[in-house]
Design a protein around this ligand. Structure first.
Ligand code: SF4
Length: 314
């Protein structure tokens, strides 16, 4: 069976072997973050719908889990905001009922947690990984470019409220970008919001590869570590840059070679590579960032999107 809504499994440091489930088509989201690795949001919406049919997702999950070893986690993520899918809670309940040994993680931008129905739908998850990049209106508009009815205060209140109800783990991700949300006012506001949210852990992250706007600058690794040292949270870590990531066991040389071979024949977009290689865009992204950081490939911005091509030797 070819899977349309499942991807991986991918080895993950924190989640073990994780099977991905994509509950919204590319690229439907409540935000249009300047740093998004999935590209520009084509449908910026707060409307919750059954974007991907429940029955089809369940069929794929049953087929996969009958014919493959059990993953440690099933992770809801992908190329948009998974809580926009109205049936996410039903999918979680189905997995919990039929495959109780598998844990469930949800990667979300957290903007819909202010809606009690969304909170309720995630209650059976084991881990929720929300993001919070902005605790001031200006930074929220600048960096996350939200759907116009979203408010940064409600985003934070939703996270606080969810924390009070949710018995699983909350691993918060904070994405920092130079000139967007790294000034002292933004950092102070973020710190006090996190104090109120009380996540179980915090990850500080920054740009690995081009986002959807040109000229974005990552916050340096040293600066991230300085911020980490200034914030008084016990479980806070800085995500290692790509150069360090390459040494990890999950890095597969065969996939890297397949990406290089494919784009050596003709430049490809992320979506082209995903179709040609049969690997989910999120997985391919990891290899593109490393190849780009190592100077092996370069990007070309053309009508159909960002193309990747081999870098010519000078
Ligand atoms: S919330 Fe996530 S998927 Fe949506 S635009 Fe931001 S980075 Fe991309």
């Amino acid at each position: 069976m070819t899977y349309q809504y499942l991807f991986g499994p991918v080895p993950s440091r924190r989640l073990g072997i994780s099977l991905g489930v994509d509950l919204v088509p590319h690229k439907i989201c409540t935000l249009n973050c300047v740093y998004c690795e999935c590209g520009v949001t084509t449908e910026l919406t707060l409307e919750r719908r059954e974007y991907v049919p429940y029955g089809k997702v369940i069929k794929e999950l049953d087929d996969y889990l009958t014919n493959h070893p059990m993953p440690d986690y099933i992770t809801f993520s992908g190329s948009g905001e998974p809580t926009l899918n109205l049936r996410i809670g039903d999918v979680i309940l189905y997995i919990k009922g039929k495959y109780p040994k598998i844990k469930i993680a949800v990667l979300t931008n957290g903007t819909l947690l202010v809606n009690p129905e969304v909170c309720k739908s995630l209650m059976q998850a084991d881990v929720v990984l929300p993001s919070l990049d902005a605790a001031t209106r200006e930074a929220f508009l600048r960096l996350n470019r939200p759907q116009h009815d979203l408010d940064h205060k409600e985003h934070i209140e939703g996270l606080i409220c969810f924390r009070k109800e949710f018995e699983g783990k909350i691993w918060l991700e904070v994405f920092l970008l130079e000139g967007y949300n790294d000034n002292s006012e933004d950092l102070i506001a973020l710190k006090s919001a996190i104090e109120r949210i009380k996540p179980d852990s915090i990850q500080l992250n920054t740009l690995d590869r081009p986002g959807v706007l040109p000229g974005l600058t990552a916050v340096s690794f040293n600066r991230l570590n300085q911020i980490k040292d200034l914030w008084p949270f016990p479980n806070i870590e800085v995500i290692a840059p790509v150069s360090e990531r390459q040494t990890k066991k999950s890095f597969r040389k065969d996939i890297e070679n397949a990406v290089l071979e494919t784009i050596s024949r003709r430049p490809c977009t992320l979506t082209d590579l995903s179709h040609i290689l049969g690997i989910h865009e999120n997985e391919i992204n990891k290899y593109l960032s490393t190849l780009e950081a190592n100077g092996k490939i370069e990007t070309l911005n053309m009508g159909r999107g960002i193309f990747y091509k081999l870098k010519r030797c000078k």
